[in-house]
Design a protein around this ligand. Structure first.
Ligand SMILES: CC[C@@H](C(=O)O)C(=O)SCCNC(=O)CCNC(=O)[C@H](O)C(C)(C)COP(=O)(O)OP(=O)(O)OC[C@H]1O[C@@H](n2cnc3c(N)ncnc32)[C@H](O)[C@@H]1OP(=O)(O)O
Length: 303
């Protein structure tokens, strides 16, 4: 029964789905809008917390998962806010980078368990799962170089959110933990598929089957984390350190940085011929552009 339900719902939601991300990195899931509206109505019934977005002149945005009374667990309305912010960021032409963080010194403890208990029938659970899977897929495909700034704990769906960023930076005492098995679940927000691509299937299997706490040094060892932040070493806050780390990759005009991310997304997600075609199209969007012509005029030397 459940599998038939999943299949039917999946078919409904994605029947015309184009697997090829559009240039703006947005999954094209046409059709089934009435199903999406139904899911949104259900999530609306679970209020609490917020997801806050600040877009800076520098082209760096900061997205904060903000529900500290619940260890930044995602309420239903927070899931809706996350999707709205992702839609906004897909259209941010001046954007270059994104930092995803949690409020009050911790990252996120997954779904709000009060909502989980209320959505415990299979169809509602699948609908919430598909909503977050689609939102996090679009988050990872944003034409922005993204980094999850992990402080405190990132558990369950919170651990899955970290995998929906290009990179992860972890504070010294922070932990990422895929706790799903301990509550009789597996990842449902796309975290397993992305984890395999980040750390390989063997390490992914170990993390999911053991539900072990992954500290900053082990995460760096297996490639889950790209650096450890310690505010003790500098006067900078962890956010300032993350912005400084990200600045190594976001120097230059936003159209060029966005093109860089798009060609990598295509290379990662598309079959070779489609990726080559997409790369050609993206190359064409920057060839002869202001940044290209200016560099040629300056006779730029790569010292
Ligand atoms: C696809 C995955 C997705 C899903 O299936 O929908 C999920 O993510 S399922 C949820 C997975 N997450 C968890 O199971 C985490 C549960 N929480 C904990 O293990 C602990 O709270 C903690 C995160 C390890 C922190 O422990 P501690 O430091 O001891 O603090 P408290 O436990 O007292 O938490 C403070 C406060 O926050 C509430 N809280 C914490 N996590 C959640 C949550 N996920 N949903 C709802 N509420 C949460 C906790 O109940 C406390 O509130 P009060 O009880 O009112 O004091």
């Amino acid at each position: 029964m459940v599998l038939r339900c999943v299949g039917h719902l999946h078919q409904l939601l994605y029947r015309n789905a184009s697997r090829i991300p559009r240039q703006r990195g947005k999954a094209v899931y046409s059709g089934a809008s009435e199903v999406w509206n139904e899911i949104k109505k259900k999530l609306q019934a679970f209020p609490g917390g917020s997801v806050d977005l600040i877009k800076k002149e520098s082209g760096i945005a900061v997205l904060t998962i903000n529900n500290p009374d619940r260890m930044n667990a995602f309420s239903g309305t927070m899931m809706l806010e996350l999707q709205d912010h992702v839609t906004q960021l897909e259209a941010w032409t001046n954007g270059k980078g994104l930092i995803v963080t949690g409020a009050a010194g911790t990252f996120c403890s997954g779904s709000d368990l009060n909502a989980v208990r209320a959505l415990s029938n299979s169809e509602d659970g699948i609908k919430m799962c598909m909503f977050m899977q689609d939102t996090l897929t679009r988050l990872l495909r944003l034409p922005l170089i993204s980094v999850a700034l992990v402080e405190g704990r990132a558990l369950g769906g919170g651990a899955e959110v970290t995998t929906a960023c290009d990179f992860r930076l972890m504070a010294l005492a922070s932990e990422i933990q895929f706790v799903h098995k301990q509550i009789g679940l597996v990842p449902g927000w796309g975290g397993a598929a992305r984890l395999v691509r980040i750390v390989g299937s063997e390490n992914a299997l170990k993390l999911l089957s053991s539900a072990q706490k992954v500290n900053a040094s082990y995460a760096e060892q297996i490639g889950l984390s790209d650096g450890v932040l310690s505010p003790l070493e500098t006067l900078d806050t962890t956010l300032a350190q993350a912005e400084k780390w990200l600045s190594d990759f976001t120097g230059g005009p936003s159209p060029v940085i966005q093109a860089v991310k798009k060609v990598v997304v295509s290379g990662r997600e598309l079959p070779l011929q489609d990726a080559l075609r997409m790369e050609r199209d993206i190359f064409g969007s920057v060839w002869g552009g202001p940044a290209n012509l200016e560099a040629l005029a300056l006779k730029f030397k790569h010292k």
